[in-house]
Design a protein around this ligand. Structure first.
Ligand code: PEP
Ligand code: MG
Length: 759
């Protein structure tokens, strides 16, 4: 479009600019006059048709997220208003809305997707120009002009109509078209259901708290382009200054952040960006509306770009536009709004540090992006806050204070739910609470099955904030302390002293119960903000965990020293993650013993007892030489990773993740083999992946011979409840029979058997 504009002689372009400014100022006057929603829309269609010299101008607005309704028209039959409807993607109007792209044709009836609406009488109009009415990626409707003459609208006419649509979008947001009619119910009032993905189980009812509040543009039409351009230039200057200051003051161990800032600087200095906004101003927009128009275009592009790198860059530009808008409108990130009761955080994404700052105040978290293994998800899980990820477009739809129900179990979010949904949801929460009370009564009781087998139930943790759950859940100890969380939530490598203090507090809080500290497991999805990103085609199978620890021993040594100092005089249990072959374990163990020796030489108190174990997360380790099983003080199966490598199915890829059942006979048989190898060498064995917290899976693991399970604290009650009701010996027989019968998974047989148990 820019190229086309350059071909237009300046004098004509200038005249058209003035025309469009005139149109916008007429539009503003119309909107400033008090009137009902319908009346205003009617006047606007008349005004646009008149200004653009077309016979028809129509406004279609979304009645619900998939249905557009003709809400006002100049030129089509008036009986069609509020009668003609189409689905998203249906007809030319529906296609404009679906693709968020204009359609401009001189011969509409022969255009792909054309649908004739007889009630409108539109058959006599050949030319069609439709542009989306959208605000920051939120689809609000479609603005259409049509004329009898077969002619293609010029790029400038398209552009002008887009600018008008942008103003309409702003006015819609401000409630300019709200009326009694249902079709004009104000935006952000309807119930909306979002289907995302489960990030952390649990249910919560509360009120929306937007991590980044929406910026409101009160005046989209500019009076004087020169003033508006000067405002824009000053704001861009301030933005550049702030990006430069951030870069100058940055901590340059923090490479990734620096790269983002460099990208910001590049965009902030981009003439193209500023020029496009200036052109929008020439067309009659105010400076902030011009920023928003470009931001909407960026968001529309973001939806179309499959390349993750490009998407990230567009995301940077989007962030930058937000900053610019805040400068222009004077609306800071902190709007002074009060956090509502029972806040549910809604954000596009959030860093682990920010999430920790909110802490347990939050009842739930809903993100537009995020992945199951993202840092935010790890923190939400550690804080036991229900989390739904991939809830597409929720930040555009939700307003601060809106009622919201988060169903972390199903990955579903109800925004502004109606009463029946709320009531059903409350029943669900009440049932879960009642079950928790039942489980609490088991807290002091052991997990002993009716056949007399005792299972040790431990909890997974990663933050100091998790430790109170030790008492609450009845866990016998911490079977997995993920130490990387402390590294993830900072923007620099923590120091030895800080870590030693933290580990000491953990041991103190555990009050003599065993805590298994897993050394740093970074790489794969857990990328430290200050670590140079590795460009690896397959990070889950790349340079991660113990591999990093052995190749670059500095940080691991520091961590081992911190653990030894923290333990001083108390027992210490250290576990190395992602050991794929015996030699890695021996090497890591030697590194730890060397640190023990060093501490002894320095005259520091040593742990009272030291256990050194390994995580079995790759099938290869199950086949390691016997010497490994003899040397390891204990082994813990990291089922999340083991399962992904066993089935070659990425644990973060929703498409393949659920394809393979944990109770598949090959996986259970494999676990049985590991149990057997550990039994031969008397090596204590536990299971600490997520599956240990699923009652049926936990039961089957126990039946296969696992005697220690480590899980989320909230799972301990349900797992214990089930174990105490059944005979593991009987269950083993069920599993063996199903396996011998050639079943793919033992699940059907186990469920069938469970249904006959007194649970
Ligand atoms: C596992 O892989 O099962 C495990 C417990 O480790 P993480 O989930 O932290 O990779
Ligand atoms: Mg793992």
């Amino acid at each position: 479009m820019e190229a086309a504009r350059e071909q237009i002689p300046a004098v004509i372009a200038d005249r058209e600019d003035r025309e469009s400014r005139k149109l916008l100022s007429r539009l503003r006057d119309t909107l400033a006059t008090p009137a009902k929603g319908q009346e205003r829309l009617d006047r606007i269609t008349h005004l646009i048709a008149d200004s653009m010299g077309t016979e028809v101008c129509s406004i279609y607005l979304f009645r619900d997220p998939t249905t557009l309704e003709l809400c006002a028209t100049e030129g089509l039959k008036s009986e069609a208003v509020h009668q003609t409807r189409m689905k998203l993607g249906e007809g030319l109007v529906g296609r404009v809305a679906k693709a968020s792209q204009p359609i401009n044709t001189g011969d509409a009836p022969s255009e792909k997707g054309f649908r004739y609406m007889p009630e409108t009488g539109e058959e006599i109009f050949s030319s069609f120009l439709g542009v989306p009415i959208q605000r920051l990626g939120e689809k609000l409707g479609v603005l259409v002009v049509q004329s009898k003459a077969k002619r293609q609208f010029s790029d400038d006419e398209v552009y002008a109509l887009e600018v008008v649509a942008m103003v309409l979008a702003e006015m819609t947001e401000l409630g300019a078209f709200t009326g009694d009619d249902e079709a004009f119910a104000a935006l952000h009032k309807h119930p909306v259901l979002f289907r995302g993905l489960m990030g952390q189980e649990g249910a919560a009812e509360g009120h929306v708290w937007l991590h980044e509040p929406r910026v409101v543009v009160a005046n989209p039409v500019g009076d004087d382009p020169d003033t508006e351009k000067a405002r824009l230039a000053a704001a861009v200057e301030e933005l550049r200054g702030s990006v430069d200051a951030m870069l100058a003051g940055g901590d340059f161990t923090d490479k990734a952040q620096q790269e983002v800032l460099e990208a910001y600087r590049m965009f902030a200095n981009s003439r193209g960006w500023q020029k496009r906004m200036e052109e929008d101003i020439d067309r009659g927009l105010s400076a902030e509306a011009a920023v928003e128009k470009e931001q909407s275009a960026t968001r529309a592009r973001m939806e179309q770009v499959p390349d993750p790198y490009l998407r990230e860059r567009l995301q940077d530009l989007d962030d930058l536009s937000n900053r610019l808008l805040r400068i222009l409108t004077g609306q800071g990130a902190d709007t002074g709004a009060e956090m509502p009761e029972n806040p549910v955080l809604v954000a596009r994404n959030i860093g682990p540090g920010d999430l920790l700052d909110y802490g347990r105040k939050l009842k739930g978290v809903v993100l537009e992006e995020g992945s199951v293994g993202s840092h935010a998800a790890v923190v939400a899980r550690a804080l036991a806050i229900p989390l739904v990820i991939q809830a597409s477009r929720i930040t555009t739809e939700a307003l601060n204070g809106d009622t919201i129900l988060v169903d972390g179990d199903q990955g579903v979010v109800h925004l502004r739910p109606d009463d029946t949904v709320s009531a059903a949801f409350r029943d669900k929460i009440a049932m879960a609470a009642a079950a928790q009370t039942r489980y609490a009564s088991l807290r002091e009781l052991p997990a002993v099955a009716t056949c007399g087998t005792r299972i040790g139930l431990h909890m997974n943790a990663g933050l100091m904030a998790d430790l109170p759950s030790l008492q609450g859940s009845g866990a016998e100890g911490v079977g997995l302390f993920r130490t990387e969380l402390q590294f993830l939530v900072r923007n620099r490598v923590p120091q030895r002293g800080e870590l030693a203090q933290l580990y000491a507090r953990v041991l103190q809080a555990a009050d003599g119960r065993r805590v298994v500290f897993r050394t740093l497991d970074i790489g794969s999805d857990k990328v430290l903000p200050y670590m140079k990103p590795q460009d690896e085609p397959n990070p889950a199978m790349g340079w991660r965990a113990i591999r990093v620890g052995l190749d670059k021993p500095g940080v691991m040594r520091m961590q081992l020293q911190a653990l030894l100092r923290a333990a001083a005089g108390r027992p210490l249990t250290v576990m190395f993650p992602f050991v794929a072959q015996a030699s890695e374990f021996f090497e890591a163990r030697a590194a730890l013993l060397a640190e023990v020796e060093r501490e002894r030489r320095l005259g520091h108190a040593l742990p009272f007892k030291l256990e050194i174990g390994a995580m079995l997360e790759t099938p290869s380790l199950a086949f390691a030489p016997r010497a490994f099983f003899e040397a390891a003080d204990f082994i813990s199966i990291g089922g999340n990773d083991l399962k992904q490598f066993f089935f070659a199915a990425d644990r973060e890829n929703e498409r393949v993740r659920r394809r393979y059942d944990t109770l598949d006979v090959s996986f259970l048989g494999f676990l049985g083999m590991i149990v057997e190898r550990c039994r031969e060498t008397h090596t204590p064995l536990s299971f600490c992946g997520e599956d240990a917290g699923r009652p049926v899976e936990a039961l089957c693991f126990a039946a296969m011979g696992l005697r220690t399970l480590s899980m989320r604290p909230a799972s301990i009650g349900p797992v214990k409840h089930l174990i105490r009701k059944v005979s593991l010996r009987e269950l083993r027989a069920v599993i063996d029979t199903a396996t011998a019968s050639g079943a793919q998974s033992v699940r059907p047989a186990v469920m069938d058997w469970l249904a006959r148990q007194p649970v």
